[in-house]
Design a protein around this ligand. Structure first.
Ligand code: NAI
Length: 304
């Protein structure tokens, strides 16, 4: 069955440009009524105007689609509640939330102020939590929902000068893990996209060829599939330049010291085996880790 958002309503935050605009256009092209949220600020989060969001609405409605603009700030609970109220009064439901809004305040950790750290965490982590909370009750009541968080390789792997951004981007994966568990019985699936694209956010870090190969439109098929009826849950996809891959968090088999000598020196002496990821375990859910280490300990104690 091909992906369709017929009769569905999607909200995309930060959709006035870049990746959010590309996701919104693709959702609309696949039949969704779309709410284009964007507070219209500068890359560092200052300022604001709804013009960018309204321009994307005109693109969608001009092509025969349905869309409205919303100038709310994702860090404001009142704005996000008003956005969802506006969505429900315009379109009657909300099936999809794409958390995409973001800012940058890059500096090395030594030079970064606490305000720069807080501002980035506020938009990426708290903005995602606040926007998601605003749709959560509606999705639970209708027994259906798709939520996407936008993470980054800067979080998963680190990036020089982005301690604030990387921390916030890894945090949204933690949010995904638990919302997946809490949303499951209400038909709510929660996934993550880790994009790489040439946008206002990254354009000045890229060469001419990179700008060409890293079109935002090449991220949207993965993002849009992750919020479709067919979407899995608790799945993080990396997407950019036409490659889509899955990010997995795995554990090494590890070494069980139960019943043996177990000092810091024992950890050091066994570090190569502890760190060996050649036979990885991918715990489907957090509690499985507890099951596994308790099983190791019971086996070592002969308590099977
Ligand atoms: P962008 O700067 O073109 O778009 C971000 C949009 O979010 C802007 O239109 C901005 O006005 C809006 N926004 C910022 N703060 C907001 C707030 N408080 N409330 C409402 N809207 C707000 O950047 P881009 O590249 O399209 O980024 C989209 C998302 O993808 C961000 O979360 C970013 O961190 C993430 N990302 C982008 C990567 C890339 O290679 N471009 C790499 C990894 C992640």
């Amino acid at each position: 069955m091909s992906v369709s958002f017929r009769d569905q309503v999607a909200i995309v935050t930060g959709a006035g440009g870049g990746l959010g605009r590309a996701h919104a256009l693709m959702l609309a092209a696949h039949g969704a009524a779309v709410v284009i949220n964007d507070f219209g600020g500068a890359r560092d989060g200052s300022g604001g105007s709804t013009e960018a969001a309204e321009a994307v609405v005109r693109e969608i409605t001009g092509a025969g689609g349905r869309a409205i603009a919303d100038g709310g700030n994702v860090t404001s609970e009142a704005d996000m509640e008003a956005m969802v109220a506006r969505t429900l009064s315009a379109f009657g439901r909300v099936d999809v939330l794409v958390n995409n809004a973001g800012i940058l305040r890059d500096k090395t950790f030594a030079k970064m102020t606490t305000d720069d750290f807080r501002a980035v965490v506020e938009v990426h982590l708290m903005g995602t939590a606040i926007a998601t909370r605003a749709v959560w009750a509606t999705m639970r009541e209708q027994n259906y929902g798709r939520v996407l968080v936008t993470s980054s390789t800067s979080g998963a792997y680190g990036n020089f000068g982005q301690s604030n951004y990387g921390a916030a981007k890894m945090a949204v994966l933690g949010l995904m893990n638990t919302l997946h568990l809490e949303g499951a019985k209400y038909g709510i699936h929660v996934n993550a996209i880790l994009p790489t694209a040439a946008t206002r956010m990254t354009g000045d870090m890229m060469s001419g060829e990179m700008l060409e190969l890293l079109a935002p439109e090449l991220v949207s098929p993965a993002a849009v599939w992750l919020v479709s009826r067919e979407a899995p849950s608790r799945t993080a996809l990396l997407a950019g330049a036409g490659t889509v891959a899955r990010l997995a968090v795995v554990e090494s088999q590890g070494v069980c010291f139960t019943g043996k000598s177990f000092t810091p020196d024992d950890v050091g002496a066994n570090f190569d085996r502890i760190a060996d990821i050649s036979d990885p375990v991918e715990p489907p859910e957090g509690l499985r880790h507890v099951d596994r280490i308790l099983a190791n300990a019971r086996a070592a104690l002969g308590r099977n």
